[in-house]
Ligand binder design. Structure first.
Ligand code: DC
Length: 214
């Protein structure tokens, strides 16, 4: 059983950047679990199937190969919205969580980021982080990313979408987005990625042991 780092937080909180940085530093595997929900949603969209078809979505989830997750395709805004809808279905979550747990056990360690890693996927992870930032800051970051990619949108639309996504992810009955009781909160509203990384590194070094320190 490898060393697991659980990172949760809302969209555009900076958790993905932080997760990749930690994985690179410690030589751990990294799984962006949002991509797994996005892949299921994308398969339904491609098949022209309704996004609330639980049986079909669960079948896709059960046969998903995590090695095939293609961020460049799955990062589309429309797929993120669809993923948030697919993610409310318990049969989909059960199938994905099963595979995510197997990933989390990989040696020498694994960093998983998502919405329910500390609460459901890896409740025994030795390090749990909950990354937040104000909706306004997150919307500015997301807006800048969309503009940099050459796509047109308005800040108000981005903010409105983020708030709707937060509400759906936090209010669903199965595995809602919330910090586990033993998670360390990192508010990146006023903190850059370097400061967030150093805070995370201190926690990981303390738990991982001096022998593995990089
Ligand atoms: O992090 P993201 O934007 O790629 O996630 C897309 C959606 O997938 C998110 O709105 C909710 C869902 N999700 C989830 O329910 N549980 C996770 N562990 C990760 C993502």
């Amino acid at each position: 059983m490898g060393f697991a780092v659980a990172i949760d937080g809302p969209a555009a909180s900076g958790k993905g950047t932080l997760a990749r940085r930690i994985a690179d530093t410690y030589g751990f595997h990294h799984l962006d679990t949002g991509l797994t929900y996005r892949a299921v949603a994308n398969a339904l969209l491609d098949a022209g199937a309704p996004l609330d078809d639980e049986e079909q979505a669960a079948a896709v989830a059960a046969s998903l190969d995590f090695a095939d997750l293609d961020r460049s395709v799955l990062s589309a805004h429309k797929i993120g919205e669809a993923a948030s809808m697919v993610a409310v279905m318990p049969a989909v979550r059960a199938a994905l969580v099963d595979a995510q747990r197997r990933f989390a056990a990989r040696e020498p360690g694994a960093v998983l980021d998502g919405r329910d890693i500390g609460t459901v996927v890896c409740p025994d992870a030795p390090v749990k982080l909950f990354v937040t930032a104000s909706p306004d800051i997150r919307a500015h970051r997301r807006f800048a990313e969309i503009e940099a990619a050459g796509n047109a949108t308005s800040y108000d639309v981005v903010l409105d979408d983020l708030k709707k996504r937060d509400a759906r992810d936090m209010r669903r009955a199965d595995s809602p987005l919330r910090p586990s009781e033993d998670a360390h909160l990192l508010d990146t509203s006023e903190m850059d990625i370097e400061a967030a990384f150093l805070a995370a590194k201190r926690l990981i070094d303390a738990a991982y042991g001096a022998g593995n320190k990089t």
